[in-house]
Design a protein around this ligand. Structure first.
Ligand code: HDD
Length: 734
């Protein structure tokens, strides 16, 4: 670097750092400044035994260049601890992100349940929520096509209650005994551990096509629900039917829902795949940054309540986890809200070590006889024994109830609690001279009791015939989707099935789909190099069941993501693509509008540093085109770029950035020569000779001062999330 360049650089740095404010005419972007380390920050390093030691850089050696001595207990302790830092990852749901927050109920629900945290409006119950993908390993990408786990631990005054659900309201299988088979089929194939975090492989589709009960859930997983834009923008479901019981013993069936206040939004599939490489942490970063910025994610808790006597009112069995209860039959009543307002202090201690269990209940909530739920009750404690190393995982801080615990369980590996006295049993009179019994403190009718139920049945291994209808609700899902959602669903089936090496499995899937909808099956089959869908062939497989009384299926509008409509602009990320000659006034105006709406923006250019602005100042660049690609943004703004704009568009990365955002149906705004650039890329198209009409979600402004409507129109386009109805996308080279 020349000395002049050094001087200029020093001057620029002085401009930006002096008093933390940019000089007039220059636009500052975030430039975190780390405090210089001082002695006050230093803390003496010690071993785990509390021994202070002065050198953490050199092992004990025989001479400066000699061998390391086995005697070095400080080195040995440090390396031994490191060697044991990892614990087994979860068998499923290994990849997750969590956050702390609170739940509060809107109204007293005591007519239906005696659960204290649902009866005291105004009382905040602390929660910890963990969201996860199912199939991928702990280090896999966030945006895989997959179901998302949605697990919430409520630290109630009556003990911990865990609602361990998913972002899909139904499950693949009806009986827990098939869970290990399902998971073995979807996980990477065992001979070569390929593919990671993906269901697009032979073993998964081999299994699910032979288990047609999974067809309904397949529809959800092939829909855009399986590629959420954000963990903050997805629904959650308890899946199973549970029971509520009030203080008088009145029993109801209940289904749980989480409704996000930001609406339900998805990525484009191509975008999700690219994100897996460009930013594998996309979802966890989004959750973390939103909470850190004070945009606390929020969901309302909804319930569908069915009186016990109405158990057999429906055309499907409430105990069947492959069925949902249409919201049009039993409306969702929103009874409270959960707000996540604090990021974990330590990922391992909290998000990794948190242990959920559908059997963590409180008085007023109970299970139904759903055979999938019943099997889960065994699995969750069992898995923590190996994952968290023993029976005392409830003592880990993240798992500890926030109410007193008292029992006579004792000892075991890693026990933390130091109990005193000689009595570790009950009944006893030796402890305090009074007899201790299990219900001594609570009294009759208090504490948890199972809902009494008469059982007088043969001991058999059998599936209830009331579970036999495998296709009606899959069809209901299909006919409830908007045309765009149907297109995405067909494309997802085609993508997955095209990856299979065994044509017979592709054929079996489209044969099954023929029982859902003939048009769906035909469309999916078209590019797969197989025969036409054959509904009759599907019936020949032993797992095939047909409903004894096929039901009339009507659309359920609640199943479509389309009507969730315009959402909030808050926390949306906008790229502002610049080069030398950019109009800084236009940039500042759009940045201000975005910021006021709660969105954030980044200045993107070919290289870091700064670009010259039209009036002679300069603009600091946040990120480069290559390190921060279009897929990490929700929208793009191309300001008037001045005379150098052609140079930007001669840069393949810049062209790709814009075309890719366009192809992923993101809002694009362009002003002045920026608008001309869009036209040169074919992003505006003639609707009739001589009339150029922008495509949906493209906001244009001519050269000159920005019209007053420009920023509001852009904000509105962003609020609509994506503009899926653009024409001719298949011809866009991105
Ligand atoms: Fe499960 C974890 C959700 C069926 C066995 N499950 C796990 C998690 C979620 C779910 C969200 C992650 C919790 C966390 O963040 O730590 N699982 C479900 C739902 C199901 C379901 C909604 C059906 C409706 N699961 C299911 C069955 C079995 C399991 C039928 C076994 C018989 N699930 C497990 C497990 C996991 C688990 C192996 C792995 C890690 C853990 O429990 O703590 O025990």
């Amino acid at each position: 670097m020349t000395s002049t360049a050094h001087q200029q650089l020093a001057q620029d740095q002085a401009d930006f750092t002096a008093e933390g404010a940019p000089p007039p005419g220059k636009v500052a972007t975030t430039a975190p400044v780390l405090p210089a380390p001082t002695q006050a920050h230093a803390e003496a390093l010690t071993t785990n035994q509390g021994l202070a030691f002065p050198d953490n850089h050199n092992a004990l050696k025989a001479g400066a260049r000699g061998p390391t001595l086995l005697e070095d207990f400080i080195l040995r302790e440090k390396i031994t601890h490191f060697d044991h830092e990892r614990i087994p990852e979860r068998a499923v749901h290994a990849r997750g992100a969590g956050a702390h927050g609170f739940f509060e109920v809107y109204e007293d629900m005591s007519t239906l349940t005696k659960a204290g945290f649902l009866c005291n409006p105004g009382e905040q119950t602390p929660v910890f929520a963990r969201f996860s993908t199912v199939a991928g390993s702990r280090g896999s990408a966030d945006t895989a096509r997959d179901v998302r786990g949605f697990a919430v631990k409520f630290y109630t005054a009556e003990g911990n209650y865990d609602l361990v659900g998913n972002n899909v309201p139904v499950f693949f299988i009806q009986d827990a005994i098939k869970f290990p088979d399902l998971i073995h089929a979807v996980k990477p194939e065992p001979h070569n551990e390929i593919p990671q975090a993906a269901s697009a492989h032979d073993t998964f589709w081999d299994f699910v096509t032979l288990m047609p009960e999974s067809t309904h859930m397949l529809m959800w997983v092939m829909s855009d629900r399986a590629i959420p834009r954000s963990l903050r923008m997805m629904e959650g479901f308890g899946v199973h039917t549970f029971k509520w019981v009030n203080a008088a013993g009145l029993v109801s069936f209940v289904k749980f829902h989480w409704k996000p206040t930001l609406g339900v939004h998805a990525l484009a599939w191509d975008e999700a795949q690219k994100l897996a490489g460009k930013d594998a942490d996309f979802h966890r970063r989004d959750l973390w940054e939103a909470i850190a910025a004070g945009h606390f994610p929020e969901w309302e808790l909804g319930v569908q309540v069915v009186p016990e006597e109405d158990e057999f009112r429906f055309s499907f069995d409430l105990l069947d986890p492959t069925k949902l209860l249409p919201e049009e039959l039993v409306p969702v009543r929103r009874i409270g809200r959960m707000v996540l307002n604090r990021n974990p202090d330590n990922y391992f201690a909290e998000t990794e070590q948190v242990a959920f269990h559908p059997g963590h209940l409180v008085p007023g909530i109970d299970f139904s006889n759903d055979p999938l739920l019943q099997g889960r009750l065994f699995s969750y404690t069992d898995t923590q024994l190996s994952r968290l190393g023993g029976a005392n995982f409830h003592e880990l801080p993240i798992n500890q109830p926030k109410c007193p615990i008292h029992n006579f369980q004792r000892d075991g590996i890693h026990r933390q609690q130091v109990t005193s006295g000689r009595v570790a049993y009950e009944p006893s009179t030796l402890a305090a001279g009074v007899e201790v019994r299990a219900d001594g403190r609570q009294g009759p009718g208090k504490g948890f009791t199972s809902v009494p139920e008469m059982l007088d049945s043969p001991k058999i291994r059998q599936r209830s015939p009331s579970f036999d209808d495998h296709f009606s609700q899959a069809r209901m899902f299909w006919i409830s989707q908007s045309p765009v959602e149907q297109d995405h669903l067909v494309a997802a089936f085609q993508f997955e099935l095209s990856k299979l090496g065994t044509p017979a499995i592709r054929q079996r899937m489209v044969d099954n789909l023929a029982h859902v909808d003939a048009e769906l099956a035909t469309r999916v089959a078209a590019p797969l190099g197989i025969g036409a869908p054959d509904a009759q062939a599907a019936t020949q497989w032993p797992g095939f069941r047909q409903a004894p009384h096929p039901v009339d299926v009507v659309p359920s509008p609640a199943l479509s993501m389309a009507p969730t409509g315009p959402g909030s602009v808050a926390t949306r990320q906008v790229a502002i693509l610049v080069c030398n000659g950019v109009d800084a006034t236009a940039v500042a105006a759009v940045q201000q509008a975005l910021s006021e709406a709660g969105a954030s923006s980044k200045i993107i250019a070919a290289a870091l540093g700064k670009v010259e602005v039209a009036d002679g100042g300069y603009l600091a660049v946040d990120c480069t085109l290559v390190t921060t690609p279009s897929v990490v943004f929700d929208a793009v703004y191309l300001p008037c770029l001045g005379v150098h704009a052609a140079a930007l568009m001669a840069d393949g990365d810049a062209v790709h950035f814009v075309l890719e955002a366009y192809k992923h149906c993101k809002p694009i705004a362009a002003s002045g020569s920026g608008a001309g650039l869009l036209a040169s890329l074919g992003i505006t198209m003639p609707t009739e000779p001589g009339v150029t009409q922008p495509q949906p979600g493209v906001v244009l402004a001519p050269a000159g001062e920005l019209p007053a409507t420009f920023a509001p129109d852009f904000l509105q386009a962003i609020a609509q999330h994506r503009h899926w109805d653009r024409n001719g996308l298949s011809t866009v080279p991105a």
